[in-house]
Design a binder for this molecule. Structure first.
Ligand SMILES: CC(C)(COP(=O)(O)OP(=O)(O)OC[C@H]1O[C@@H](n2cnc3c(N)ncnc32)[C@H](O)[C@@H]1OP(=O)(O)O)[C@@H](O)C(=O)NCCC(=O)NCCS
Length: 171
């Protein structure tokens, strides 16, 4: 069941035929990198073409078993995209299939209203339907917002190095 939000939200898979929507998600992937790693590093890390291809990668069954979900709400009478999450299946070193939340992003004005919490619930449902043994995400160690969000939903640290942490929840 989806969590309560003050916003009236609609969640759906991205329109795989919409270049506009794919470009928007790619741009917001760059915003995420800038926010988490700092403006200079985040801006220069990947070209916009690479980021668009990364979105496409998750939508092409020949390249990955993935999904991109977007959230919409009514703004001035029109449905507008206020965030996304990108998910895919991976296999770990013991050959276990797991679901990876590759990223989450919520437009700043719409944060702290459970948009990402609902992405987490929907993503886990998608992973469980496809028999993932566990769900995981990797993020920068300093990304307190995301770490808190996942910890609240039962994720625990399963790995860390100098910069990154992996959080994991067995289904
Ligand atoms: C991280 C992010 C996706 C959270 O989205 P959100 O929709 O605001 O999250 P929610 O409203 O569902 O928050 C759920 C819980 O997460 C934690 N959390 C979210 N934002 C927080 C903040 N600014 N400070 C502390 N905890 C926070 C809280 O525990 C919160 O529960 P609460 O509201 O009951 O306190 C959003 O802040 C974002 O887009 N950040 C930039 C991009 C990013 O870091 N993405 C992840 C990279 S992998």
């Amino acid at each position: 069941m989806l969590g309560e939000s003050k916003l009236k939200l609609r969640f759906r898979p991205i329109d795989i035929h919409s270049q506009v929507e794919i470009l928007l998600v790619a741009k917001r992937m760059r915003e995420t990198l800038k926010e988490v790693l700092g403006n200079d590093r985040g801006e220069s890390m990947y070209s916009l073409d690479w980021l668009q291809d990364r979105v496409q990668f998750h939508l092409d069954p020949e390249r990955s078993e993935g999904q991109v979900l977007v959230a919409e709400t009514l703004i001035n009478g029109e449905l507008d995209n206020v965030g996304h999450t990108i998910l895919r299946f991976e296999t770990d070193e013991s050959n276990t299939r797991f679901g990876l939340f590759s990223t989450f992003y919520v437009v700043p004005e719409f944060r702290k209203q459970k948009v990402a919490s609902n992405f987490l619930t929907l993503g886990e449902q998608w992973m469980m339907e496809k028999h993932a043994v566990y769900g995981a995400t990797d993020t920068a160690k300093g990304n307190e917002k995301l770490i808190r969000l996942l910890s609240k939903s039962g994720y625990h640290k399963s790995f860390e190095n100098l910069e990154m942490i992996r959080l994991k929840k067995v289904f």
